[in-house]
Design a protein around this ligand. Structure first.
Ligand code: SF4
Length: 73
């Protein structure tokens, strides 16, 4: 199953991931950064396993992130 990796500490809070894919992204009211829903944290890196059905869309979000901190593996 594909995974999304989010290097959250480098997030600039631009909102693009949330606008493009609100089913898996939220914007934190605490620090203004994006939060990957249902992810597991390893220090500042958040990892979430995703369904193949949202893989293409997730790749588009990763491409659109201006900080380039979303990776799909
Ligand atoms: S698109 Fe990237 S920089 Fe913008 S809020 Fe989402 S993770 Fe942060």
């Amino acid at each position: 199953m594909p995974k999304i990796i989010h290097y959250r500490n480098k997030c600039i809070g631009c909102n693009i991931c949330f606008e493009l894919q609100p089913e898996i992204w939220r914007m934190s009211k605490k620090d203004g950064k994006a939060t990957l829903i249902k992810s597991l944290a390893k220090k500042d890196v958040f990892i979430s396993t995703i369904n193949e059905s949202i893989l293409y869309q997730s790749q588009e979000v990763a491409k659109a992130c201006p900080a380039k901190i979303i990776k799909i593996i």
